[in-house]
Design a protein. Structure first.
Lengths: 330, 260
């Protein structure tokens, strides 16, 4: 009990320090670095929402196109229809969630490799739609996205500037993470995990696993869509190649590197690898190779990802099954 | 008690491509009995279990549960109707603790909506507490409550089987299908497990089990069905089945004595 309380106090102190750093940091680094941090937050949402799906056992290759769905939805809603940003953000998330729900229907019966291939096909089909249908998606050129206007006429709230947008992204990221953290910790999250552990057993316990897998894919896609909204309104322009397979590969690398057993694994993976990538920027074209080496070394020496270091160096276990090293994964 | 058939199989068969795994089996299990299913490896025992519990769609025939046709119902629906099962190797979530396993197995007891579960509302918390209480009681009944915080996959084999049965019982089954419950157990563990099976029957749960351990089957089952190459070759009391010439030829061999 005392241990648990100490643990909680440590956690609280850690979070306070982290939030202080996150608030102060945009004022002490250059504008370019602020945008780097904004994109980092987009990727954090993307990776954590990806984990919502992996907890049911499927590694969806359609996840980055789902982010694209959110980006395209907000581009169309704010650019063409003039819907204010505040409404277009949740609506674009919802659009991505609905598309996720749509593709989850045929995907729900597939497992393992079949799920991999089928989800890849679904994602590519979506991407081809953006290329093929020039109206309204703009083909290869993509779409222009207006910077968000939140309250017109208030100058210090100009969200076309890096720092205000950083704080907008920060608030959205924190909200998304809080919701997904709760989802992971409540019974729904545990039910997701039973499917990853042994789907047939879960079914024999009366769990409608198809329904839960669809739910996970829809929720994961919703948050991927939100990440896409934050991305689009900072880049001001989107095109289909941004949501192609190379981005998916980066996502997979982050998540493998961080681990998926805990909520924090994917966050760790994104943050550490993005910082390494930024430090290696002078190496330019060699960065993907460094990533490749990191992944190979991770798979050999740290198959559970960065998160498994915690249990290796003896940080007390919360729920033991949550931070198990996944060496014997099928 | 009137001997009413709780589960009936009518001409049930399953083909995998050209292979006939199960060929038109007729069977009727009475409420409150312990029924054994024996037969050589590959004779279709597990296929039969998988058809009854909805994991496989039969190629032909019907499954009648308490007078209702349930052929083709998916597993989670079958479980809800009162058919619990264990699996051949393990019936547990390896990464979870023993208690967490049984808590998740109480899925059908959840009455609150997903939204309440997400919000952890008072109703949902209360329900979780009730489920935890029921889970602890179930673990106690299976004699593994002292192991509740251990990782299920790291338990000794005997305890894993006990946990598997606890997981199946958490769905409140009227009939429980046990796939090789004493496989890999020593004689002491076997006796303990079979004693538990009898206790289940005394509590009103019908038992249908697949087992190779003839000593266990003979001493526990009220009635035994023997299948070979997907066909039923004998059915009746343990003494009758083990002295049946076809059973001896196909499965038992000469050396097994019926005096057990």
């Amino acid at each position: 009990m005392v241990m648990a309380r100490n643990n909680n106090i440590q956690k609280a102190i850690g979070l306070i320090i982290l939030s202080a750093v996150m608030v102060v940091i945009p004022f002490i680094v250059s504008g370019y670095k602020v945008d780097f941090l904004t994109m980092l937050m987009v990727n954090v949402i993307l990776a954590v929402s990806f984990r919502v799906i992996t907890t049911t056992g499927g590694w969806s290759l359609a996840h980055v196109p789902m982010m694209g769905a959110g980006a395209y939805a907000t581009a169309l809603m704010t650019g063409r229809l003039g819907i204010p940003f505040w409404f277009s953000m949740p609506l674009a998330g919802l659009a991505a969630g609905l598309i996720g729900l749509g593709i989850s229907y045929p995907l729900r019966r597939t497992e393992g490799f079949a799920f991999f291939v089928a989800s890849f096909a679904a994602g590519e089909a979506l991407r081809l739609c953006w290329i093929r249908f020039k109206v309204p998606f703009g083909g290869h050129q993509g779409l222009v996205v207006p910077p968000p206007k939140l309250i017109s006429g208030v100058h210090w709230l100009d969200f076309s500037e890096a720092i205000p947008y950083y704080f907008l992204a920060l608030v959205v990221t924190v909200l998304c993470l809080l919701i997904m953290h709760r989802l992971d910790g409540c019974r729904i999250g545990s039910t997701f995990k039973t499917i990853e552990s042994d789907e047939n057993l879960a079914r024999s316990m009366g769990i409608n696993t198809y329904r839960y897998k669809m739910l996970a894919l829809a929720i994961g896609s919703f948050f991927a869509g939100i990440a896409g909204v934050i991305l689009a309104h900072r880049l001001w322009a989107i095109e289909p190649t941004q949501f192609g397979f190379s981005t998916t590969l980066y996502l997979l690398v982050w998540v493998v590197f961080g681990g998926t057993k805990t909520f924090y694994g994917p966050i760790l993976g994104v943050v550490v690898l993005s910082i390494i990538g930024e430090l290696l920027r002078p190496l330019a074209d060699w960065v993907p190779m460094v990533y490749g080496i990191i992944i190979i070394l991770t798979l050999i020496y740290l198959p559970g990802g960065l998160e498994s270091l915690a249990s290796r160096i003896g940080i007390p276990k919360g729920k033991a099954w949550k931070i198990r090293i996944s060496t014997e994964d099928k | 008690m009137t001997n009413m058939a709780i589960l009936e199989l009518i001409g049930l068969g399953k083909n995998f491509g050209q292979n006939v795994a199960v060929n038109a089996i007729d069977m009727s299990i009475d409420e409150g009995e312990i029924r054994g299913l024996i037969g050589p490896n590959g004779s279709g025992k597990t296929t039969l279990f998988n058809m009854i519990t909805g994991f496989l769609n039969p190629t032909k025939g019907r499954i009648i549960w308490k007078g209702t046709d349930i052929t083709g119902a998916p597993p989670h629906v079958v479980t809800k109707l009162g058919l619990g099962r264990t699996f051949q190797l393990t019936t547990l979530f390896r990464d979870m603790t023993v208690l967490q396993n049984v808590i998740m197995a109480h899925h059908l007891h959840i009455r609150t909506s997903l939204w309440h579960q997400f919000l952890k509302s008072d109703e949902s918390r209360q329900e979780e507490e009730e489920i935890e209480g029921m889970s602890l009681a179930l673990l106690e009944k299976m004699g593994i409550e002292t192991r509740k915080n251990e990782i299920a996959g790291e338990l000794p084999h005997g305890y894993q089987v006990a946990l598997g049965i606890a997981n199946a019982l958490a769905t409140d089954p009227k009939i429980i299908l046990l796939d090789e419950p004493v496989g890999g157990m020593n004689p002491v563990e076997t006796d303990e497990t079979m004693q538990r099976v009898k206790t289940l029957r005394d509590e009103g749960i019908t038992v249908f089990l697949v087992e190779h351990d003839m000593r266990a089957v003979m001493s526990t089952c009220d009635k035994i069905t023997c299948i070979n190459f997907g066909n039923k070759i004998a059915e009746g009391s343990p003494q009758m089945v083990c002295s049946h010439s076809e059973v001896i030829e196909a499965y038992l061999g000469e050396e097994v004595s019926c005096s057990l």
